[in-house]
Write a protein that binds this ligand. Structure first.
Ligand code: SAH
Length: 339
């Protein structure tokens, strides 16, 4: 087993099963994530424990095959043990560094504007591979990590258990100790999974990729909407807010002449009126799709109309465009170069 995939609960269970004190779980997490240990020799454990642990666990991490960096963003392309690739981005924000992690190799959601879906899902990432992204980013760029966005390639709720364990581990006091409100899982809107996530004892924050104010347009942009309508998704999101007291973010990517008119903004405001949501307007990272980013004045107007209609809205700063950090781009470039 990979040690980077083990939560505190998982390690406690392991120690109980081998007849050892489960308190060793916290010692292990602390040693690995706080002190950077990469084998079991420095924990002060008895020789037989060291031998047993070394037989049962490895410290394998993905291999860094490409690294790009500028003042506001940094990006790693990772090769996984079976030769697949994963991408991860570090965003240097004013209030701290946020790592954006991928959860699958490829994605099956097929959103029309998204580059990730060009590669269909080949497999899910393991908890260790998701956590490994945070670990490698902090190591490669010697940075303190204060937030995590589960917004890289893949649909997190299509890989629910690994993402759940990742959230546990990255927020563990003995692990990276990132605050739960600073870890945001973003979903295209798999309503039953949103509810399941809300039921967890300590869920992290939630963001929903909405991108359209009506089912007709949303179904054209995001095929998942044909399975779970806007109403089902927003009802599930409201349930999450009630259960957790965390306000849900609705992400809205601004696509020129597609979803960015004042009328769209009015409809969106009406849709969420009286509900405790927060709208985040995302600049489209132009790729080789048919979609273009909305001009800044259109984004301004859209935001103003939302606010005038009582919605809480902000505009997201742009990160990583010049690094080709849009979902799926780095892998595609790398493969182009190496073939
Ligand atoms: N599958 C999840 C998380 C990954 S995508 C989800 O759908 O939320 C993370 C966010 O980036 C989503 O809101 C997605 O719609 C958006 N996105 C995809 N391609 C983009 C692009 N080229 N520019 C800006 N945002 C994009």
């Amino acid at each position: 087993m990979n040690i980077y995939g083990m939560t505190r609960a998982g390690l406690c269970k392991y120690f109980e099963e081998i007849g050892e004190n489960p308190a060793k779980a916290a010692i292990i997490l602390d040693g690995i994530y706080k002190k950077g240990m990469t084998d079991f020799s420095g924990f002060g454990f008895a020789e037989r424990n060291i031998r047993r642990l070394s037989e049962d666990f490895d410290f394998a991490l993905p291999e860094v095959v490409e690294k790009r960096e500028n003042e506001t963003a940094a990006k790693l392309l990772l090769r996984l043990s079976d030769g697949e690739f994963a991408e991860t981005v570090l965003m240097r924000q004013r209030f701290g560094n946020v790592v954006c992690v991928s959860t699958q190799v490829g994605c099956n959601m097929g959103c029309a504007f998204c580059r990730s879906g060009l590669l269909k899902r080949r497999r899910d990432l393991t908890t260790a591979e998701i956590l490994g992204q945070v670990l490698l980013v902090s190591r490669e760029f010697s940075e303190e990590i204060s937030g995590v966005s589960v917004m890289g390639i893949g649909e997190p709720f299509d890989n629910f258990n690994a993402v759940k364990d990742f959230c546990e581990l990255v927020t563990d006091d003995c692990g990276f100790a990132v605050g739960r409100r600073r870890v945001t899982v973003s979903t295209c809107g798999i309503a039953p999974k949103i509810r399941e996530y809300a039921e967890l004892p300590r869920p992290c924050s939630l963001a929903i990729s909405l991108h359209a104010p009506d089912d007709d347009l949303r179904s054209r942009l995001m095929p998942i909407n044909k399975r779970y309508s806007i109403k089902e998704v927003l009802d599930a999101a409201e349930y999450f807010t009630k259960k957790t007291v965390h306000r849900v973010t609705l992400e809205y990517v601004m696509l020129r002449d597609v979803n960015d008119s004042a009328e769209h903004a009015e409809r969106l405001a009406k849709l969420i009126a009286g509900r405790d949501f927060y709208v985040n307007l995302i600049p489209y990272n132009s790729t080789d799709t048919e979609f273009r980013k909305s001009p800044p004045e259109r984004v301004e107007e859209f935001c103003a109309v939302l606010k005038a209609n009582g919605a809480v809205a902000t505009k997201r700063r742009e990160f990583g465009a010049e690094l080709d950090a849009a979902c799926g781009q780095l892998r595609a470039d790398y493969l182009k170069k190496s073939t």
